[in-house]
Structure formats: structure tokens, C-alpha cells
Design a protein around this ligand. Structure first.
Ligand SMILES: [Zn+2]
Length: 134
């Protein structure tokens, strides 16, 4: 994802555009409009037809059901600064938007560092086994 694509996800209408073949329509509670309003953009593929990702906390959720309320599902999956702010795009100030961008960056760093830690742990386990076997 390039920078301009990434920034475009901060706007609800652009998130909405990412849901091309979303399986749920009205009267379902889980429409693409509600998904976009709850901070999600489509992150799936053919093999993952309902994978959505939050533009701030980067949480990925799939297995959506017709009666799921995207905002509720989002708020039940741990802390998210977009959910915490609880404002529509029109209500948000530029500073609040900027703050969400900072939070997105922090979450990206958290994910990247936890991946590195896992890789180091795996490496460490490998060494331990080598030592035990030598
Ligand atoms: Zn989120």
C-alpha cells in the first residue's frame, strides 16, 4: 500500500469503495456502509471473501454474519482509538485525524516488533535445541 492509498483510508467514502463484492445488503446489519463507518476497509481476497481491517488499530476480522453490527464487533475486540473517539468524519477536527494517523503508525510498529520478537524466540528455541543435542 503506498502513502496516498494509505491516507485515502482515513476517509469513509474511500473505505466504502474497497468493499466491491461484500456479501451483506440491507436489511442486514452488516452492510458495507456500516463496515466503512465503523472504520473497516476490505482486506480480503478470493480465499478470504469477508476479511476486513481497521484503518487505525489494524485489527483484521472475518467470519462476519448478517446480524453483526460492525461498530459493536469492532469495539468488542479490544482497544481502538477510532472507536474511543466515537465521532463521525464530519465531527472530527484535523488534529483528531492527525492523532489517528499517529496511532495507526504506532500500531504498525507494534505489529512489526511483535513479529520480530516471535522470529527471535523461534531462533532462540532452535539454538537451545542445538545446544541440548550437542
Ligand atoms: Zn480499530
Amino acid at each position: 500500500m503506498d502513502k496516498s492509498e494509505e491516507l485515502s483510508l482515513f476517509f469513509e467514502k474511500n473505505r466504502l469503495k474497497t468493499f466491491k463484492n461484500w456479501p451483506f445488503k440491507l436489511p442486514s446489519a452488516c452492510t458495507k456502509e456500516k463496515m466503512a463507518a465503523a472504520g473497516f476497509y476490505f482486506a480480503g481476497s478470493k480465499s478470504e471473501p469477508d476479511l476486513a481491517c481497521c484503518f487505525v488499530c489494524l485489527k483484521e476480522l472475518d467470519g462476519w454474519e448478517e446480524e453483526d453490527d460492525p461498530w459493536e464487533e469492532h469495539s468488542r475486540r479490544g482497544e481502538c482509538d477510532f472507536i474511543k473517539l466515537n465521532k463521525t468524519e464530519e465531527e472530527m477536527t484535523v488534529m483528531e485525524l492527525f492523532d489517528l494517523l499517529v496511532k495507526r503508525r504506532l500500531n504498525q510498529m507494534k505489529i512489526a516488533s511483535s513479529k520480530k520478537i516471535k522470529a527471535l524466540e523461534t531462533l532462540g528455541q532452535g539454538y537451545e535445541e542445538d545446544l541440548r543435542n550437542s
